[in-house]
Design a protein around this ligand. Structure first.
Ligand code: PHE
Length: 350
């Protein structure tokens, strides 16, 4: 064998050993790729050694070529093997960080707001008593919110309600009572409707928020009397707060009802005793009663505004504050909690 061929073959062998010695040097796939390029790349070490092949006498070429191919295959499978090992090691590291017994993240489950819960419950009771749902706009005109309800301009009740004006004639409704007017304009008696909804007043302190919820009720027919009002509201309140609840009607005033009354129920906290655990009850302040709604017999002037004949029809109406009922039902001490959207508060109603 010629010296030239011998040197060539030995050169390839030592290239193979040199590459073998790189075992374990690549810590990542990128580093391994650098080794691959260094040995097998187009300008790599193997390619350089092959340069000598061209100048070799023809008789040596077959053997030299066979050897070169052999080394090339050897290097390729060597580096492929290292690559497989690196990939396996990486997979194992990832799996060792993965705990298949760990519980998954629970999806957030929402719950209904306490105001919605109480509104739904009240609606259900009243629908059970035969009332139908009615709606009206929250942005209302002066006529529906005041005038048609027997509250003329300059009437002191307009101040009483701390109206939020959109323009001279347009207000944010201060109560749900304008829905009484809209319902009567839309339908002839007999009529029994309820309207749950938002109302707005320029008022904000411990016990008032600028927006709150009311439920309005209206019933009109022949010969409706105050005793129908009493019977209906007593049945309603006992379904809502329990059979033993006492009900008291106190004379009051609203421009759109005559006579008018406010309804008190025996205190849900102390059971009407006025004290609890040896101290004055904080909910009824010792009186044993809490106010929950305003009501009365529809004023003849309201019937006249909507074209009902007050000589033919009579009716009763009532309006109830939803937040107030929710506070009593759930024992919530601060009105503002309803509107802070604190999840810790809201979650308790899930
Ligand atoms: N609209 C009255 C208020 O907001 C409540 C009410 C409604 C009173 C219906 C009597 C009849 O205070």
């Amino acid at each position: 064998m010629s010296d030239e061929l011998k040197t060539f073959l030995e050169g390839l062998d030592s290239l193979a050993r040199e590459c073998e010695a790189c075992k374990g040097q690549a810590a990542s796939l990128n580093e391994l790729e650098e080794i691959r390029v260094e040995y097998l790349g187009r300008k790599g070490k193997l390619a350089k050694s092959m340069g000598a092949l061209g100048k070799m006498p023809n008789e040596h070429k077959p053997e030299a070529g066979r050897k070169a191919n052999e080394v090339k295959q050897f290097l390729t499978s060597l580096i492929d093997g290292w690559q497989a090992e690196l990939v396996r090691a990486q997979d194992e590291a990832r799996l060792s960080r993965f705990d298949p017994s760990m519980p998954g993240r629970k999806p957030w489950a929402g719950s209904l707001h306490p105001v919605t819960l109480v509104m739904d419950e009240i609606s259900e009771i009243l629908v059970g008593l035969g009332f139908e749902h009615a709606t009206g706009p929250e942005v209302e005109n002066d006529w529906h919110n005041f005038e048609a309800l027997n509250i003329p301009p300059e009437h002191p009740a307009r101040d009483m309600q701390d109206t939020l004006y959109v323009s001279e004639n347009i207000v944010l409704r201060t109560h749900t009572s304008p829905v009484q007017v809209r319902s009567m304009l839309g339908k002839k008696p007999p009529l029994a409707v309820i309207c749950p909804g938002k109302v707005y007043r320029r008022d904000s302190d411990l016990t008032h928020t600028p927006m709150f919820h009311q439920i309005e009720g209206l019933l009109v027919d022949h010969e409706v009397s105050m005793s129908d009002l009493r019977g209906t509201l007593t049945a309603f309140v006992r379904q809502l707060f329990g059979k033993k609840t006492e009900v008291r009607f106190r004379p009051s005033f609203f421009p759109f009802t005559e006579p008018s009354a406010e309804v008190d129920i025996s205190c849900v906290m102390c059971g009407g005793k006025g004290h609890k655990d040896g101290s004055t009850c904080r909910v009824c302040k010792g009186t044993g009663w809490v106010e929950i709604l305003g009501c009365g017999m529809v004023d003849p002037n309201v019937f006249k505004s909507v074209g009902y004949d007050p000589e033919v029809y009579t009716g009763f109406a009532f309006g109830l504050g939803v937040e107030r009922v929710a506070m009593l039902k759930y024992g919530i001490g601060d009105l503002r909690m309803f509107f802070e959207n604190d999840v810790r508060f809201l979650e308790q109603f899930a």
